[in-house]
Every structure is written in structure tokens, then in C-alpha cells.
Design a protein around this ligand. Structure first.
Ligand SMILES: [Zn+2]
Ligand SMILES: [Zn+2]
Length: 337
């Protein structure tokens, strides 16, 4: 049991076949009894959730409401199955609802974007088929109610508030309980892992824009301004020093941006080339995550006027701005591969 948690908040860890190993699901034993996130849709995950509730004296039918932090399978996967058993209504941000319903249709566009950013076709195919097959671990939602930023989540004895924190996913919600200063953060903040600002393309016409990291950093500032004494993330351990965690993330992204500038000082590169220099030897889906992060940084560096982008044989190629070039130490070839 998590120390210092009110005894009516039950944390249940459910296994996932990804590096993070488990998703945290929270059962709130106050009317209406609420489940925060659900884990993936596998029989094992379902059975362990059932057992986790039974060990604590509850049943799946006890769930009276499901609130979802965001639309990734490890968080919403079982929601429909639990809702159909218990009759619990599902609450989610409208953007995430739309993304869950359209993800398979959006893969063609994603493929175009990945190719444009220099990822070799064979890797793009593998990454897309990985995403496609992973969707089997989540049931698309049907009926759901929408929560937007600032919306109350009423219990009989308390009221939580939805806090919109786009970045890791564009409609990610954290749930804040002001009296106890507790924040359920989903994947916005995790103790040991830097949340990935997963690629989200704004608009469908050129030039594409990749706002995830910019939004993520703004969402960090938003949470930094809140009074939080305990953070309950979607994976891993709880966090008490939230401001320290956020400072560490700012420093991480600042350092990464400077490394990208150094890499570009060696010549023009695609986001894929940069990701390969930053993180070598990644399997295809992780290449997708690496390119996601790099594109987030490139977008911010472009906004600051430190780099430029130009098209080269239907690929986006990045280079240092003239000003940045004069301060760059060494330069090698300037060709885009
Ligand atoms: Zn996620
Ligand atoms: Zn997650």
C-alpha cells in the first residue's frame, strides 16, 4: 500500500508488455466509487484488476464511474469492458476520445509524416504495424462523457478538478484534489522516466507543425504553479518533490536542445538522423518515439530562430540558422542523407 495515502484510495498495478512494465490504476472507495484509468485489455490484466479489487473487499461491479487520464491503451484499454459489466459511465477529454476512435484511420497520414522525417520505409512499416497491433489491447470507446480543463469531478464528500495538460498526449487530463493537494498525473509526470511528447501533427497541410513538446513544457509550468504535496502517476512510484521533478525535466529538455544544436553543427540532418545520433540502436517503435522527441525540440528551436528547415526530395532537412552557424565550433559535411 502506498504510504500516507488516504485509506480509501487503492492503488492496483496491472502488467503491460512495454518497458514500463505496469500501469497504476486507482480505485477510490467514496461514492460514486471511481476508477482512475483501467490498464490494457488482456485477460491477465482483467483478472488481476478483478483480484486486486476482491483482495480489498470490492468487485468490478462496485465501480460507479471511470475517469481516464488519456487515450493510450495502457490507460483506457479495459474501460469499455468494465463499463459494460458495472454500468459505470466513462469520462475522458474530448480530444482523446476522438483520437481513440480515429487512430487506425490516421495511420496513413502518420506514415507520410515519418517518411518525410527521414525514417527508412522498412522501419516506418514496422512502427505502423506495431501501433496497429497494439490497438488490440484497447477497446474503442463508445458512449463517454467529456471532461474539459477545470471541470469538477464531484464525489459526495469531495470535489476533484480536471486539469488539461497537453503534451504527452493532446487531451491528457490530470485530476486534482485540492483539499489533500493530491494530483493524479497519468503520464504527464512520472518518477523515473521522462514522459515522451508523442508526435502530434497540427494541421494536414505543409508546413507541418509538431507542437507536442511546446505544449508539454507549458503544461509543466501549469502544474509547477499548483500546490501539490503528493503526485500519483500512471506508472511507477508516487512523487512528493514535484517542483524538483519538474526542474529536472526542464533541465533535461534544455540539455537535449543544446545537443541537437551541436549535432546540427556537423551538417544538415533530418529528424531521423538526429534521433540516430542521440539514441542509437533503437527498435522501430522506439525510433518513432525518438523522432517524436526530436521533432518537439526542433519545433522549439525553429520558433527561437536557432535553426531552419528546408525540403529536400520530400524530406524535411534541418540546419543551423546563420547566427547559430557563426557560433558553432566545428562543421563537417552539409549534405542531407
Ligand atoms: Zn501515455
Ligand atoms: Zn502510460
Amino acid at each position: 500500500m502506498t504510504p500516507h495515502l488516504p485509506d480509501f484510495i487503492h492503488k492496483i498495478e496491472l502488467p503491460i508488455p512495454f518497458p514500463l512494465k505496469a500501469t497504476n490504476v486507482f480505485f477510490i472507495d467514496r461514492p460514486p466509487r471511481t476508477l482512475v484509468d483501467t490498464g490494457i485489455k488482456t485477460d491477465l490484466s482483467f483478472q488481476l484488476l478483478e483480484k486486486g479489487l476482491e483482495d480489498r473487499g470490492f468487485r468490478l461491479e462496485s465501480v460507479e464511474r471511470i475517469v481516464l487520464t488519456h487515450g493510450h491503451i495502457d490507460h483506457y484499454g479495459l474501460a469499455k469492458r468494465i463499463a459494460s459489466l458495472s454500468g459505470a459511465p466513462i469520462y475522458i477529454h474530448p480530444v482523446e476520445y476522438g483520437r481513440i476512435r480515429s487512430i487506425l484511420h490516421a495511420l496513413g497520414f502518420l506514415k507520410t509524416i515519418l517518411l518525410r522525417n527521414g525514417i527508412p520505409e522498412v522501419m516506418v512499416k514496422e512502427a505502423i504495424s506495431y501501433i496497429e497491433s497494439a490497438q488490440r489491447m484497447g477497446d474503442p470507446l463508445e458512449e463517454a462523457f467529456f471532461l474539459n480543463d477545470g471541470d469538477p469531478i464531484p464525489f459526495q464528500s469531495m470535489t476533484w478538478r480536471a486539469v488539461h495538460c497537453p503534451g504527452h498526449s493532446p487531451g491528457l487530463l490530470c485530476f486534482y484534489w485540492p483539499e489533500e493537494k493530491i494530483l493524479f498525473s497519468g503520464d504527464h509526470l512520472l518518477k523515473e522516466v521522462t514522459p515522451n511528447p508523442i508526435l502530434n501533427v497540427s494541421g494536414t497541410t505543409l508546413p507541418y507543425s509538431y507542437p507536442s513538446l511546446r505544449q508539454y513544457l507549458a503544461s509543466l509550468e501549469k502544474v509547477e504553479g499548483m500546490d501539490i504535496s503528493l503526485l500519483l502517476p500512471g506508472h511507477g512510484e508516487e512523487v512528493r518533490d514535484v517542483k524538483g521533478l519538474i526542474q529536472g525535466l526542464y533541465a533535461h529538455h534544455q540539455e537535449r536542445m543544446e545537443r541537437i544544436i551541436t549535432i546540427l553543427a556537423g551538417g544538415d540532418k533530418t529528424a531521423f538522423d538526429i534521433a540516430m545520433e542521440l539514441f542509437s540502436g533503437l527498435p522501430p517503435f522506439d525510433v518513432f518515439l525518438g523522432v517524436s522527441e526530436v521533432l518537439g525540440h526542433l519545433e522549439i528551436l525553429k520558433d527561437k530562430g536557432r535553426i531552419r528547415v528546408k525540403e529536400n526530395e520530400e524530406r524535411d532537412c534541418y540546419s543551423l540558422s546563420a547566427e547559430e552557424t557563426t557560433v558553432a565550433m566545428a562543421r563537417n559535411g552539409m549534405n542531407c542523407h
